[in-house]
Write a protein that binds this ligand. Structure first.
Ligand SMILES: *Cc1c(COP(=O)(O)O)cnc(C)c1O
Length: 351
């Protein structure tokens, strides 16, 4: 090892799901939305010229922050936007988790949390989900340096009722609590109604799932104006222009089309419920997912074998060889046609 390597900030990076190059795969491995973004986004894209690239983009991410604030009935000063919610969450870790006490999150959860904790040198403790893979609010009553959890949780898909979310926040009013609502639009109740009551609550959402724009990289945090100001101070100390002009314009168009967003979310929910029926009949079991994926285990066939067979057949799902979840597959909800092809394959394979 070279001497200079002692001074390297070493990290084990987050590993995203595969993005296969072939065109004909059924991609159910990264929770992307199978439907295109709103036609209003396509229209805005057509009207964009290269002049949008000549100048620096809006420093305060207008008009996107205004549009998001309007959609949720908030003030623009209550909204922070970033390059996907990954960027927003990383900024939140850097800004709010500085007490030296361990932050708390579930043992089975979004696998980026421990990576950010490691890269920013934030101590953390994982709280075990119960045997049904549910979060136990009492596990978050102990002294800590902050709390973060996804709701619905990932990759389990299960939803913590709003009363339980509030219970966690109520017991943690001396630290910042972040609720990562990447999947909330597929049947959950957002904790947004609580940001007036708790000035330490941040609700984080994304355009990547329910608004079909994972490739555009837009995420946002909503909370008390003081929290948002602190976040912006850190962001402006890093890079004033994280959001490019195209993302600001196209994101704004997506938010404006409420009807399309509601329609596509409802379609995914309907397909998810049908998928539950089909998979149950095929011998799978899973928690009651309120997200755009199911976290399923099979009665007899090992998950790893199914994962590999599916991949051979050009159907990509997600598998983790990790403690407690090594016999589970996370299956994204695609279109009805894509799911039918999945069921047809499994029907043959599991025979
Ligand atoms: C997908 C996801 C995110 C981040 O998505 P972005 O594409 O960065 O907005 C954050 N949290 C959870 C739990 C997710 O599943």
């Amino acid at each position: 090892m070279k001497k200079w390597e002692n001074n390297v900030r070493r990290v084990t990076p987050y590993v995203p799901g595969e993005q296969p190059r072939q065109k004909d795969v059924i991609k159910l491995n990264t929770n992307e939305n199978p439907y295109p973004p709103s036609p209003m986004v396509a229209e805005a894209l057509k009207n964009m010229t290269t002049d949008t690239m000549r100048k620096y983009p809006s420093v305060d991410a207008q008009p996107l922050t205004d549009e998001i604030a309007g959609f949720y009935g908030l003030k623009p000063g209550q909204v922070f936007v970033g390059v996907g919610s990954d960027d927003v969450l990383a900024m939140c870790f850097l800004t709010f988790f500085n007490s030296g006490k361990p932050i708390l999150f579930p043992d089975i959860t979004y696998s980026f949390y421990d990576v950010w904790a490691e890269v920013f040198r934030i101590p953390y403790e994982c709280q075990k989900l119960d045997e049904n893979f549910e979060i136990c609010p009492e596990d978050y009553y102990q002294e800590n340096g902050g709390v973060i959890f996804p709701n619905p949780n990932a990759p389990t898909g299960t939803l913590l009722p709003l009363e339980a979310v509030e219970d966690i926040i109520a017991h943690n009013q001396d630290v910042v609590v972040i609720v990562d609502e990447a999947y909330i639009d597929f049947g959950g109740t957002t904790a947004l109604s609580l940001i007036e009551k708790y000035d330490n609550l941040l609700v984080v959402q994304t355009f990547s799932k329910s608004r079909s724009m994972a490739g555009m990289r837009i995420g946002y945090a909503m909370g008390n104006e003081t929290l948002i100001r602190y976040l912006n101070d850190v962001k402006y100390s890093f890079n004033s222009y994280t959001m490019n002009e195209a993302a600001l314009t196209l994101g704004t168009a997506a938010i404006r089309d409420r009807a399309y967003f509601e329609e596509t979310s409802a379609k995914i929910i309907a397909t998810r419920e049908r998928t539950k029926e089909e998979l149950r009949q095929l011998g799978f079991s899973f928690g009651d997912s309120k997200a755009n994926f199911l976290f399923a285990t099979h009665r007899t066939c090992p998950a790893k074998e199914i994962f590999e067979a599916l991949k051979q057949a050009g159907i990509y799902v997600r598998y983790w060889n990790k403690p407690r979840i090594s016999n589970y597959l996370r299956i994204t909800i695609g279109t009805d046609e894509e799911m039918d092809r999945l069921f047809a394959f499994l029907r043959e394979y599991l025979k």
